[in-house]
Design a protein around this ligand. Structure first.
Ligand code: EPU
Length: 336
């Protein structure tokens, strides 16, 4: 197989933070056969699997082989009058897939418009936004075992989805590469989900179509979240912490206006952005590493920040939040 392995390859344009680290070797693969070939022939190399590079912070040069998944293809593989099952290659861009769904009037992913990243990476952290998570449209995915190249199908239960979480971030971390995802999408008439604060207001005077929901989500995201093409970033840097009712009551006594949402099993989720904002850190900048001026949960690279600079800023935030609120923030992005 004629594959072009590159040496000492800069990953700058392959991670949305725009961090300039080198990978000892780099290869882009266009299909499962190429991926299996690479895994067989580079068995002893340390590997970094890259999709859209939108959920990682690279803190040092990578002394191994970076494999970028570049497979393409979207097809309806089954349908009836209500649903369509759509198979999407892992290397497809997530937002392009959302646009394809809107053109084909297939509902379910419109709230997830404009999320950066690839389709293959979406199940790993069960991407979510504006009241919808990937798991609500997920049917199954196909994955390749890194150690022996065999194919495995994971259904929804097998993925153990949680809030920004799945089996691929836990027991199976670093063991599988997702090569395609099957989605179960709805045909018209659509039920839309516009109850999320901000989205509801934008949808008030609009026709309740999936296309209008996507438009409203795109407008909200563009107002608040920096475009990675303009300012390096990886979306929300931390997960929103989930705390016990007792912890919450304690915080609410001190901060009566603390925003909060019910979570599972009498736990409460509070926005990390609110805590960072309350600390007065929104818009904070140290060299080229900063906290975005419109959304305190988003760390940004203004140009030449290193991964270590961003990580140091993240640690500063974690320690200040712990000191003031007694809450531990965990990173949502993968720090490598
Ligand atoms: N808030 C502030 N200051 C800020 C921003 C927000 O106080 O600078 C408070 C406000 O009270 C606001 C609340 O935090 O109502 C929630 O803010 P927002 O709706 O912007 O959402 P978020 O909790 O910060 C989460 C996801 C985002 C997703 C949005 C919308 C996580 C870690 N992040 O952010 O996902 O787009 O909700 O659904 O759950 C991502 O994962 O990368 C991501 C961008």
């Amino acid at each position: 197989m004629d594959l072009n392995f590159q040496k000492n390859f800069s990953l700058r344009s392959y991670n949305t933070f725009g961090i300039n680290v080198q990978s000892k070797q780099f290869i882009g693969v266009k299909n499962t056969e190429e991926l299996q070939y690479v895994l067989r022939h580079k068995k002893n190399e340390k590997t970094l699997i890259l999709g859209g590079g939108s959920n990682l912070l690279l803190t040092e040069d990578f002394e191994g082989l970076t494999v970028r998944i570049e497979s393409k293809g979207i097809q309806i593989i089954e349908e009836n009058e209500k649903f369509a099952t759509v198979k999407v290659a892992a290397g497809e861009n997530w937002h392009e897939f959302v646009l394809w769904c809107l053109e084909n009037d297939l509902g379910g992913v419109e709230n997830l418009a404009l999320i950066p990243g690839s389709v293959g990476a979406a199940p790993i952290q069960n991407i979510g936004a504006y009241g919808v998570e990937l798991k609500s449209v997920f049917l199954s995915c196909e994955a390749i075992a890194i150690d022996n190249g065999t194919t495995m199908i994971f259904d929804k239960a097998g993925c153990q989805f949680g809030y920004r979480n799945s089996i691929f971030k836990n027991q199976l971390k670093g063991q599988y590469i997702i090569t395609s995802v099957n989605f179960l999408l709805n045909k018209a008439p659509h039920t839309i989900n516009a109850s999320y604060k901000g989205l509801r207001e934008k949808m008030e005077k609009k026709n309740k179509t999936i296309q209008n929901v996507a438009k409203a989500v795109i407008a909200i995201r563009s107002e608040k979240l920096p475009d990675p093409k303009e300012i390096g970033n990886s979306g929300s840097f931390f997960k929103n912490p989930v705390i016990t009712e007792a912890q919450f009551k304690n915080l609410q006594n001190q901060y009566p206006n603390i925003p909060h949402y019910p979570d599972n099993a009498s736990k409460i989720k509070i926005p990390a952005a609110w805590m960072i904002d309350t600390l007065g850190l929104k818009g904070f900048r140290n060299g080229d590493a900063g906290i975005h001026k419109n959304q305190a949960l988003v760390l940004v690279n203004y140009g030449n920040a290193t991964g270590k600079d961003i990580n140091a800023l993240a640690e500063k935030i974690q320690s200040e939040v712990a000191k003031k609120f007694g809450v531990n923030l965990t990173a949502e992005v993968n720090i490598i």
